[in-house]
Design a protein around this ligand. Structure first.
Ligand code: KG4
Ligand code: ZN
Length: 334
């Protein structure tokens, strides 16, 4: 089955065709990131306007390569920015009606986990999943496709948000994650195996799978205000990255030890972080965890539509197009 996926939840306009949930026939992503880089963050109204302009051509390009014939349409219905979501949702509904194709509504966060099914890997159930994106940090237990239980998440800022906000404090660009990672990498080239423990690791030793990242920006701000001359911004970037990575990895290892899943799935924009990927790999080996660690290729971590088409294949529940509505507040278990 070939599914056309459409994704417009944040600042990307994306369309992809995926066969049988795993084989990517096309994957087009247009981003208005450069525009947002100038303003230091996303202006929702502008993002949506840009998406209205590019959606038709992005879908055209996705359908142009290889096979034009599709069997169904999948669309992100939430969570995300309402104006942005509406562009994808209304376009998908229109196409479903015109082309008489079934339409499957998809949760963006679930989509992030399905990046792990693309390109040949088939994670085994039960699986533990950690979604780390710009707006969300959620740990879930997946007993099977369509059977997702939330076991923990952030109490305040998301992991990606922590990267973005601290990057802003350090005068680095938007999006903050890649900017912090680049500065940290420069620091680490000169300082192999540095001790990085300047910033707090909230909730790291607590017996739950919750996270809290809002204290990090306060800690960074305090540091900058009081002793900026002592430590370089590169080192601070490495410290920020390590604090976030440390908490995510430590709590994930605890979750694997408790739930003993067959696989562990990382997903979301922050999963593109090299240090995070490296630390996960290392810990799974050194702690001799039985679960197989899965992390998508970098281009499938950040927002794209192939993951939406994949999720729809494995959770194939078409809905009458008239009943499909965008829901900015959708949670990972809705
Ligand atoms: O999943 P995503 O593309 O969009 C949302 O659903 O939010 O995630 C975007 C987030 C941003 O906060 C961005 O700073 C972060 O992912 N990100 C990274 C990296 N690449 C993107 N964070 C850390 N390291 C990276 N290399
Ligand atoms: Zn995302």
């Amino acid at each position: 089955m070939k599914i056309l996926g459409i994704e417009t939840s944040c600042d990307e306009t994306a369309a992809a065709v995926v066969e049988d949930g795993t084989k990517i026939l096309s994957n087009i992503v247009a981003s208005s990131q450069e525009m947002h880089a100038k303003t230091g963050g996303i202006i929702p109204e502008q993002a949506a306007r840009q998406q209205v302009k590019s959606i038709t051509s992005v879908i055209d390009q996705a359908l142009d390569t290889k096979q034009k014939k599709i069997d169904a349409i999948a669309v992100t219905v939430g969570p995300g920015l309402i104006g942005s979501l509406l562009v994808g949702v209304e376009t998908a509904k229109t196409l479903s009606y015109l082309w008489k194709k079934p339409i499957v509504p998809i949760n963006h966060l679930v989509g992030h986990l399905y990046a792990n099914w693309l390109e040949g890997s088939t994670p085994e159930f039960p699986a533990l999943g950690l979604v780390v994106s710009g707006g969300h940090t959620d740990m879930v237990l997946m007993k099977n496709h369509g059977n997702i239980k939330w076991i923990g998440g952030t109490r305040d800022d998301a992991a990606g948000e922590a990267f973005d906000k601290t990057a802003r404090l350090l005068g680095l660009g938007y999006p903050g994650g890649p900017a912090i990672a680049a500065q940290a990498a420069k620091f680490e080239v000169r300082n192999p195996k540095p001790e990085l423990n300047l910033f707090p690791r909230p909730l790291i030793n607590e017996d739950n799978f919750d996270f809290s990242f809002s204290g990090l920006k306060t800690a960074v701000l305090n540091y900058i205000n009081h002793q900026s001359s002592v430590i370089s911004h590169r080192r601070l970037a490495a410290e920020v990255q390590e604090a976030i990575v440390d908490v995510l990895v430590t709590k994930s290892v605890k979750a694997v030890q408790k739930y003993k899943p067959k696989s562990f799935l990382l997903g979301g924009g922050v999963a593109a972080n090299n240090r995070l990927r490296e630390r996960f790999q290392e810990e799974f080996v050194s702690k001799k965890l039985q679960a197989t660690f899965h992390v998508p290729a970098v281009k499938f971590c950040t927002d794209n539509a192939s993951v939406i088409a994949s999720a729809a294949h494995f959770n194939y529940r078409p809905v009458d197009w008239k009943k499909i509505v965008a829901n900015p507040q959708l949670t990972i278990t809705d």
